[in-house]
Design a protein around this ligand. Structure first.
Ligand code: FMN
Length: 188
């Protein structure tokens, strides 16, 4: 099954998180993973995907303009129901812990729901998630000022682990859904 990861990133933090999501998705047998900066991503490629995961830096609690501009090109796909039932998930980075990461994640999920996608978050039975994660996707804090501080580095490293976990979870969900659809189609 095919998984597309699209990210916006200016200084590289969100790109790092996107790559961890890709790494986790690639662990699932049969997963073909495509990853692109939003500037290079083509919305028409989404039609062929089983799962779509997008993410960006949080800008004032919401989607960065780079990714939002790209999402706003999805009108034709929306009008033709091309993304209905695709599995979706989201991720973001922010500079501060209370800098709006969950607001950004929720804002990233909203357009997926408008497309009719099926959203996958992260549950509490993932211990790291219950301790410092989010149920809405992966939101990682990457403090700019104290980038050399060990605590912030370790928080960022833990966030990358959650990114991998999300990638694996989405790829598994997409595989199970595709197999279920195929089996129902042969019975009908
Ligand atoms: C226009 C703008 C608005 C931002 N707003 C916030 C914010 O509201 N809260 C926050 O914690 N960080 C904010 N940031 C910081 C970025 O979200 C953060 O540094 C992010 O990790 C950068 O990701 P990148 O390295 O992938 O570009 C903002 C940055 C920019 C450029």
């Amino acid at each position: 099954m095919k998984i597309y990861i699209v990210f916006d990133s200016e200084a590289g933090h969100t790109e790092q998180l996107a790559r961890s999501v890709a790494k986790g998705a690639e662990r699932v047998e049969g997963a073909e993973v495509f990853i692109n900066h939003v500037k290079k991503a083509n919305v028409n490629d989404l039609k062929e995907m089983d799962a779509i995961i997008w993410g960006c830096p949080g800008h004032f609690g919401t989607i960065s303009s780079g990714l939002k501009e790209w999402i706003d090109k999805l009108g034709y796909l929306w009008a033709n129901g091309k993304l209905v039932d695709k599995v979706g998930a989201v991720f973001c980075t922010t500079a501060t812990i209370h800098g709006g990461s969950e607001a950004t994640l929720l804002n990233l999920i909203t357009p997926m729901l408008h497309q009719g996608m099926m959203i996958v978050g992260l549950p509490a039975n993932i211990p790291e998630n219950a301790l410092y994660g989010s149920y809405y996707g992966v939101g990682v804090t990457s403090p700019v000022e104290d980038a050399n501080d060990t605590l912030s580095q370790s928080l960022f490293a833990k966030g990358l682990v959650l990114g991998e976990t999300l990638g694996t979870r989405v790829a598994n969900a997409a595989a199970i859904y595709a197999a279920g659809k195929a089996s129902r189609a042969t019975k009908e």
